[in-house]
Design a protein around this ligand. Sequence first.
Ligand SMILES: [Zn+2]
Length: 86
Amino acid sequence: MTLTRSTPICVKCKVIMKCHKNAQFVQDPTVGGFPSTVWSGDVWKCPGCSCKVVTGFGSAIVNGVGSVDVLEFKWDLKSPNENEGE
Ligand SMILES: [Zn+2]
């Protein structure tokens, strides 16, 4: 396996995460309105601690059909834990 621009590495376990699932839709909270805008990405999972990330987003899609598997989240641009970790 080679590294790409979006290959996630678990800092805690120091291993390359494995692709867990393709086509995970994520709702884009910065684009308002209806229908909502979603992005299609891939879920990567750490084989060590099982933490997951979504990365490798392609293009934005207007969610007109109401995808069943959409991850909604709050995009907090001002994170209180900005310097947490390293
Ligand atoms: Zn890990």
